[in-house]
Design a protein around this ligand. Structure first.
Ligand SMILES: Cc1cc2nc3c(=O)[nH]c(=O)nc-3n(C[C@H](O)[C@H](O)[C@H](O)COP(=O)(O)O)c2cc1C
Length: 237
């Protein structure tokens, strides 16, 4: 079977890990694969915290309610949707484009203009006032023409960023599997305390999931994997 498909079909949420060291090289490969996931407008609106030292891992495992995968993992990756990164990201991309001869002046100007519009659209304003104005504007436009609703309020932005963050998480888990490392995604954690521990700001950050990473314990036998039948989850038109 194709190696990528093999990793996808072999991956399981592993609940008990054996003590094992994950080399720096492997860590880098896994994290690199995560950031190569597609993201909305290529905005990569997330930050992944790799928690690998025993002391910090113990704290984070406790905040994952001492779940077995968290307690036994070699590392814990906290995946955070980060809507505060947008301005720096577009600035970074702009600089990269300016230093890359493949982009014409016109393309760079175009990107700059789009990024500026994006920044304006992303401003929720005090008490979400600007969000309400934008909602009215887009609602009217939507009556007149075919168009989607962009994220307008803070919770919409987090929902938007969560999609891209989750894709990065899936890439991470598939890459780990391909390298012979196992994972367990977890949403069983104390979000408030974990955010405090990592010094996150509720204004810009939301923890999407924590991924336990390690080598499956030989004593752990995964239960048979069940999935809804294809026709229950797929509609072919
Ligand atoms: C968003 C999300 C949250 C999850 N949270 C937990 C969790 O807190 N604890 C846990 O043991 N497993 C958790 N899981 C793992 C699921 O239980 C597991 O993926 C599912 O049962 C299917 O098993 P499989 O991944 O081995 O096929 C989570 C999975 C996802 C995608």
């Amino acid at each position: 079977m194709n190696g990528i498909l093999e990793a996808i079909f072999e991956r399981r949420a592993v609940k008990v890990f054996a003590p094992a060291e994950i080399s720096e090289e492997m860590r880098e490969q896994i994290l690199n694969a995560a950031r190569h996931a597609p993201s909305s407008f290529n905005s990569q609106p997330y930050r992944l915290y790799w928690v690998g030292t025993p002391q910090e891992k113990a704290v984070v495992a406790e905040l994952c309610m001492k779940q077995m995968p968290a307690e036994t993992a070699s590392a814990l990756v906290v995946a955070v949707a980060d809507i505060g990164s947008l301005a720096a990201t577009s600035q970074g991309q702009l600089e990269w484009m300016r230093n890359n001869s493949e982009f014409s002046e016109a393309t760079i100007r175009d990107y700059e203009r789009t990024a500026k519009i994006g920044r304006i659209l992303c401003m929720p304003g005090p008490f979400g006032i600007f969000g309400a104005v934008k909602w009215g504007m887009f609602w009217l436009l939507n009556l007149l023409t075919v168009m989607g609703m962009p994220p307008l309020f803070r919770h919409d932005f987090f929902k938007w960023a969560t999609k891209s963050t989750s894709l990065a998480c899936e890439n991470l888990m598939i890459a780990a599997e391909a390298l012979g490392i196992n994972t367990c995604p977890m949403e069983g954690f104390d979000g408030r305390r974990l955010s405090e521990y990592l010094g996150l700001s509720a204004r810009y950050h939301e923890i999407v999931m924590v991924i336990a990473v390690g080598k499956k314990s030989p004593a752990y036998a995964a239960p048979p994997q069940w999935r809804r039948p294809l026709e229950a989850t797929v509609t072919i038109l």
